[in-house]
Design a protein around this ligand. Sequence first.
Ligand code: IMP
Length: 429
Amino acid sequence: MGNVTVIGAQWGDEGKGKIVDWLASRADVVVRFQGGHNAGHTLVVGDNVYKLSLLPSGIVTGTPSVIGNGVVLDPWALNAEVEKLRGQGVRIEPDVLMIAETCPLILPIHRDLDAMREDASGAGKIGTTRRGIGPAYEDKVGRRAIRVCDLAHLDELDPLLDRLCAHHDHLRAGFGEPAVDRERLKADLAEIADFVLQFARPVWRDLDEAKRRGRRILFEGAQGVLLDVDHGTYPFVTSSNTVAGTTGSGSGMGPGAAGFVLGIVKAYTTRVGSGPFPTELEDEVGQRLGERGHEFGTVTGRRRRCGWFDAVLVKQSAAVSGITGIALTKIDVLDGMDRVKICTGYKIGDTVYDYLPPHAADQARATPIYEEMDGWQGTTAGARSWADLPAQAIKYVRRIEELIRCPVALVSTSPDRDDTILVSDPFSA
Ligand code: IMP
């Protein structure tokens, strides 16, 4: 039994929540290793719907859940999420939730900066979640961050605040904003410190111990490979590495930690925020996908852009992230369509590409080359075996496998945990 890493293979929102929840019930530990509360995972368990942003999905089933050092942590958002889930009857205590002492904090000044930049960018805006993710990672890499362990040393916070505020005051002045209210920030940190510290641990040691005992670790990725700061559609990306290779560095485990890399892939494509999207449909087909797929962001409520399945991009994601197998989700959204299309290449001017070139201008000009197939009239919703699927839907899945050069490990046919066709079990592969 090895570890499993779940990552999104498109632009996020592939339906990771359900798959992670399903796997979490069989894992011994669940670990978040990148991103922050920009993520939004919806878990449907029976009649209950849980919306998670920062907490690992294992929390709902009481599986020990770790927020690794690669995550940027907003303590106030964490507090609100913990309170909300406790209100739904979920037990969240230090034996279930463990937070790396080295996690950098997202502070109100990061949220401010995120919003100021977006507001000032006009048409060039990234379309971020405005949660302060990018600015917090900048301060981490710039060696100015306040980290979880600093909350246990409030007496020694001043020199850190000097460095941090000096940097932010310059940036804020550029936007015509007043300097950071440093005393307020210090007081806010002092007030939230105990709440965070009750969960703070050297999680690398816990994970090392878990590994030595042969425990099954589930790494829960956020966002998607196409939003990766190195491999995504830069600059329209998030500020972390979303690829599976980040599991080791983002948790304090070695490079072999990832185990089976399960790429979550929606049977069509969606994106929130700005940036290139070659197969985007701005017609009634796109609208239909959005309506049937309930394509609104969990975090910001924004309408997601929708388009046909892009096999070129998913093939690229599978390669750069070392995906072992995919979980195909939301195939039922395509039920009843006369024809379906899959993108197999791009044309930019007269040149044909079998990958997405890196320059934003090329990406914006790329027109898709499509392969068309007949759709299917029966329903795939709720199917739990191949025999439940219309023949043409199976053909669609098999064609996707072929084009992305990666096998399907499971197919999800509704938000319900049990509506899943299991082809191979990632934990025993
Ligand atoms: P940020 O992560 O808030 O900086 O946003 C950067 C880009 O990533 C924007 O296009 C967001 O819409 C996108 N993004 C961030 N988190 C998610 C997510 O969980 N799902 C989908 N898109 C996301």
